[in-house]
Design a protein around this ligand. Structure first.
Ligand code: AMP
Length: 625
């Protein structure tokens, strides 16, 4: 048996959770801990350690202990040069300029290090569950770009996992609280972990989670709080004993461990004892560190760190255009949100709202990811599928335009259809080009696939009715079919994973569309106008054919001249004014020719004209390739 899990692959700690017995719960690692430090160590004697064991020897093995590798995943060296200077191990560019980790002449891609962490999590969980773990949903920060998401996916692959989906950490947190199921709410996710701080404002409800804004500080977290305690302890010790413990790696490692322990204790008690026997020695013999730390002292030492969270919270709220009163729910994520002063500040910033923290803040992201894994595997049925089409889907139509059929942010599963027609007389086939994106010009969007519908009965342009259906199932798999309503001929394609586009890419495409909105609209107007002119010329031509000799000669001459001019204007992409002017003139001529028919020729408008004018049926025409 194989199992799907959710993994929170964090900067400082990682967590794995599985859907079991009707709920998602964290699976402890081989050491019995529910969180695993995201640390990998390569020791002098060739050993490879992952997790707590790696973390414990970090200070003694500064060059061979890789921590915070998430900061380098999917990044170019030039983007992270500053970060590279802040870690104890070597980060270097490879031949392509990508950030690489160098340990004793061996180069590692950051995703290889992440893969080692994922592998440990999956192996340990597999042993606990009694089933091999083969598939996973992995979370990433909402601000991760395409390259960072792809690299995270690759880390999963390197670890031998099939990555079912990459989802945003705040989205996972909202899922863990089941917020997707209720009515629409504005949710603020405050995530203060070991090394990073993220705030997100989400719009949640009806099975959909949308990240409206994110802000944060990539260098603020529990580690900073630890460092303040370390400095305080070391300074006090130095005052008494004249020895700086920070100069001795062994002592410093112990100081850090003691500081973190004290910090954690101070979240629930108001004072704690720090005891480090035999921490160092001088000529007079061994020295011990024994100190009492009050919560009030800790708060003094770290007040500025807590204050630093305010800016990003305000920023995210203002970007999402919400005030404190608009925030319906606050979710606390990350171990450091257990610090009472942090909680007090969050309450203050969100108008006194009581934050949600019934789901353990260290575990909430992994739990949400496991729920998503359960949904994707069909094991969770009472949860609405948390997904929307991140971008609009549509087809290419005449003049190289994108005609949207499924709008962006439609909840899936979804089925939409539209009827199109041919662009030329007796067109035997249409090319269906399936597009994804927000831009008006087909070429500016992403081509997901293409197919041809053949076997269309010869008919004037605009007459055949071709129904195009987009059907997106709960897994985001898109089925597109085109059917000739007359002959019943049908053709289609299946596109998998298209709805899985990375958020960063989605955002890029949406921003681009916004930036280009004015010029895109202009383009659409021009193409629409040209299509209209072309269509008017076509109708006049057909009318002339029908009338034959009964067309009054002077009207025929003028009509023919206008048709030629119109065709030229379309070919030359003439200015909009000229195109509209010609269309107006052609329409007048057509009206005259219609009148001519009632007097001089029996019959009337053709089926072709009717179809071409029926806006309910024909929204656009396929460009014929
Ligand atoms: P995360 O990366 O979300 O697991 O957060 C880890 C950080 O949370 C570390 O810096 C921990 O020291 C810190 N942390 C965990 N539990 C507590 C606690 N009870 N009080 C304060 N900080 C904590």
């Amino acid at each position: 048996m194989a199992r799907a899990v959710g993994i929170d692959l964090g900067t400082t700690n990682s967590v794995i959770a599985a859907w079991e017995g009707g709920e998602a719960s964290v699976v402890p690692n081989a050491e019995g801990a529910r969180t695993t430090p995201s640390v990998v160590a390569f020791t002098e004697n060739g050993e490879r350690l992952v997790g707590q064991l790696a973390r414990r020897q970090a200070i003694l093995n500064p060059k061979g202990t890789i921590y915070s590798v998430k900061r380098f995943v999917g990044r170019r060296f030039e983007e992270v040069e500053e970060e590279a200077g802040q870690v104890t191990y070597d980060v270097v560019p490879d031949a392509n300029g990508l950030a690489r980790i160098k340990v004793r002449d061996k180069m590692y891609a950051p995703e290889e290090i992440s893969a080692l962490i994922l592998r440990k999590l999956a192996d340990d969980a597999g042993r606990q569950l009694g089933e091999r773990v083969t598939e996973a949903v992995i979370t990433v920060p909402a601000y991760f770009n395409d390259a960072q998401r792809t690299a995270t996916r690759d880390a999963g692959k390197i670890a031998g996992l099939e990555v079912l989906r990459i989802i945003n950490e705040p989205t996972a947190a909202a899922l863990a609280y089941g917020m997707d199921k209720g009515q629409h709410e504005t949710v603020l996710v405050f995530d203060l972990g070991g090394g990073t701080f993220d705030v997100s404002v989400l719009d949640v409800g009806d099975g959909v989670v949308e990240v409206r804004a994110t802000a944060g500080d990539t260098h603020l977290g529990g580690d900073d709080f630890d460092r303040r305690i370390v400095d305080h302890l070391a300074e006090e010790f130095q005052k008494e004993n004249g020895i700086d413990l920070r100069k001795d790696p062994q002592a410093l490692q112990r100081l850090y461990e003691a500081a973190e322990k004290a910090k954690v204790e101070l979240s629930s008690v108001s004072q704690t004892q720090v005891n480090l026997p035999f921490v160092t020695a001088d000529a007079n013999g061994p020295k011990h560190l024994t100190m009492t730390l009050m919560r009030s002292k800790f708060e003094q030492l770290t007040a500025d760190l807590v204050e630093r969270t305010m800016g990003p919270v305000r920023q995210a709220m203002s970007d999402a255009k919400v005030g404190a009163d608009d925030v319906d729910e606050v979710i606390l994520v990350g171990g450091s949100t257990r610090i009472p002063a942090v909680q007090a500040l969050v309450r203050r910033l969100t108008g006194g709202k009581e934050p949600n923290m019934t789901v353990n803040p260290d575990e909430v992201v992994a739990v949400g990811a496991a729920i998503q894994a359960g949904v994707l595997k069909g094991e969770v049925s009472d949860v609405l599928l948390l997904d929307v089409t991140p971008l609009s889907l549509g087809v290419e139509t005449q003049g190289g335009l994108m005609t949207k059929i499924v709008e962006r942010n439609s909840t899936i599963p979804v089925r939409r259809s539209e009827v199109f027609s041919t662009a030329t007389d007796n067109q035997p086939a249409v090319d269906v080009v399936v597009l994804q994106g927000e831009r008006e010009r087909a070429a500016d969007n992403r081509v997901l696939g293409r197919f041809q519908l053949t076997g269309i009965r010869p008919a004037p342009r605009g007459e055949p009715q071709i129904e195009v259906v987009f059907d997106i199932d709960a897994n985001g798999i898109v089925n597109v079919t085109a059917r000739d309503k007359d002959t019943g001929a049908e053709q289609g394609i299946t596109i998998s994973e298209s709805a899985n586009l990375d958020t960063a890419e989605v955002e890029r495409m949406v921003t681009e569309a916004e930036r280009n909105r004015a010029s895109d609209q202009q383009l659409r107007q021009e193409v629409d106008a040209r299509n209209q002119l072309d269509s008017a010329a076509y109708q006049v031509e057909r009318r002339l054919e029908e009338l034959g000799d009964s067309a009054p000669p002077h009207e025929r001459a003028r009509a023919e001249m206008l048709v030629t001019e119109a065709r030229q204007a379309v070919a030359d992409q003439a200015p909009l004014d000229r195109v509209r002017e010609l269309t107006g003139e052609l329409q007048q001529v057509l009206a005259g020719l219609q009148a001519a028919s009632t007097t001089s020729a029996a019959g009337g408008a053709t089926a072709g004209d009717e179809a071409a004018g029926d806006d309910d049926v024909i929204d656009a025409e396929f460009d014929r390739k």
